[in-house]
Design a protein around this ligand. Structure first.
Ligand SMILES: NC(=O)c1ccc[n+]([C@@H]2O[C@H](COP(=O)([O-])OP(=O)(O)OC[C@H]3O[C@@H](n4cnc5c(N)ncnc54)[C@H](O)[C@@H]3O)[C@@H](O)[C@H]2O)c1
Length: 432
């Protein structure tokens, strides 16, 4: 079992930059070799880091070398999960917000999974890149456009790739939509819609039992913006050929009043609870309109603090048809049996099922987490480019800060071209 060197990445990244196909550079040879063991660390052993650990323990060819968290009991539990799965106990680092730095300097690693609070994603990823370790970064990978550029610059300079762990891009239904889109069935794509409609007030932003703030609540007090755009936008980027044929040019965001958080606290904890009266900056619904160079539009809704069932409301519309995830329906001029009538999406999903989709049908997030991690690990083993590209990771991330700036200015703001013009010639990349 071999580990993977930084030089291998450099060679492959250069091959990708030169536009060589994967099969033209070493892939056949790599596939014929014994699968390589990917040496991993996980920083952040909370809910998400633990879910990643449990999923990684099921994927062959992984070794959990080290785990790190602020809290010693969390790394202890992580080590126990490893030994219970018959694996070697990892080295543990805890008790200091900078302990990750020691870990990344000391351990021999191929990749690090970063599942900490939002504000530490970029510094940990930058430190990893400086050590030649590939970061798999939880969403969003940074909080500012500046930090997003810093990550891109560091990766491009060092040829150490990174990937934001946006799992909804890997959902089997979304992958099937992408395949169908690439078949030309929707004609030319003109417009998309997506939402993160997920009431997180009663569990993720606050402690449901006590009503105390959890760490993300601070962001609701400080900012008014799309706090969490990546799950909604992730799959859409490839549907719209963003960064490979088209590029976002501007974003215009607006926010509703903030009513949901106070109403929740009054309902659940009574009018005297401090959070029932506290002033929250974050509006309940943020609507962003993005335009592309080629004239496409995208509407994104942030919707995380009003009571409602979960939804992403993905919609894709082109010159020959429309897909509507919430209706689980599709209409195609060339194929649908009745003029202007919806037909069921499910048969299309089965017919256009992507080869990645069989990884873990019963796994977390409908199997999307294992599909994503399996592809991440397989790319590392085979020394191939990572499945989700750095420019797509950057675009999803930048929406956080840019939406806030646009709301504040009440005006559209330019969207950076993270590819620096390469979108004009780059070929579709994701899930090819
Ligand atoms: N993709 C998804 O479906 C999904 C789902 C949930 C959360 N997330 C993302 O995962 C991340 C973590 O969220 P969570 O719900 O697991 O939060 P959490 O609070 O449960 O866990 C975060 C952990 O990070 C640790 N941590 C913070 N700073 C650290 C540092 N400097 N060094 C080491 N450890 C540190 C904390 O001690 C905590 O245990 C967030 O970015 C969130 O957006 C993604």
């Amino acid at each position: 079992m071999a580990s993977i060197s930084r030089r291998d990445f450099t060679r492959n990244a250069s091959a990708a930059a030169l536009g060589l196909t994967l099969t033209s550079f070493g892939t056949r040879q790599a596939l014929a070799d014994e699968p390589r063991t990917v040496r991993l660390a996980i920083v952040g052993m909370g809910q998400r880091g633990t879910a990643h650990l449990e999923n990684l323990l099921k994927i062959p060819g992984t070794e959990i070398v080290a785990v790190c968290d602020l809290f010693p009991d969390r790394v202890k539990r992580a080590a126990e999960l490893c030994t219970a799965a018959g694996r070697t106990a990892p080295a543990v680092y805890a008790g200091d917000p900078q302990a990750y730095s020691e870990l990344l300097g000391k351990e021999k690693l191929d990749a690090v999974i970063i599942a900490t609070y939002w504000d530490s994603h970029a510094p940990i990823a930058l430190r990893a890149i400086s050590q030649g370790v590939v970061p798999g970064i939880e969403v969003p990978m940074a909080l500012t456009v500046n930090d997003t550029w810093r990550l891109l610059d560091a990766s491009e300079k060092s040829n150490v790739p990174f990937m934001m762990l946006e799992n909804w891009s890997f959902r089997p239904d979304n992958l099937a939509v992408l395949r169908l889109k690439r078949s030309g069935a929707f004609g030319e794509i003109v417009h998309c819609h997506c939402a993160h409609s997920h009431d997180c007030i009663d569990h993720w932003f606050f402690d449901a039992k006590t009503g105390n703030d959890r760490w993300p609540a601070e962001y609701l007090a400080k900012y008014n913006r799309d706090q969490y755009p990546t799950h909604s936008v992730g799959p859409i980027l490839s549907w719209m050929d963003i960064n490979c044929g088209d590029v976002f040019t501007e974003i215009f965001s607006t926010a509703s009043a903030s009513r949901g958080i106070n109403a929740y606290f009054r309902r659940k904890f009574g009018a005297d609870h401090p959070n029932s009266k506290r002033e929250w900056k974050q509006g309940d619904i943020v609507t962003s309109v993005l335009k592309t160079e080629k004239g496409k539009t995208l509407v994104i809704n942030y919707d995380m603090q009003l009571p409602r069932p979960y939804a992403n409301r993905w919609m894709l519309q082109g010159t020959r048809g429309v897909y509507d995830e919430e209706k689980a329906s599709i209409y195609l001029v060339d194929a649908s049996p009745e003029h202007h009538q919806w037909e069921a999406w499910k048969p299309y999903e089965e017919r256009f099922r992507h080869r990645w989709s069989d990884a873990d049908p019963g796994g977390t997030h409908g199997g999307a987490d294992t599909i994503m991690l399996t592809q991440f690990i397989t790319s590392l083993q085979n020394k191939q480019p990572l499945p989700l590209d750095i420019y797509d990771s950057a675009v999803m991330t930048a929406i956080v800060e840019l939406s806030g700036i646009s709301i504040e200015k009440n005006a559209p703001v330019p969207f950076p071209d993270f590819t620096r013009g390469k979108w004009k010639t780059r070929q579709p990349y994701f899930a090819i």
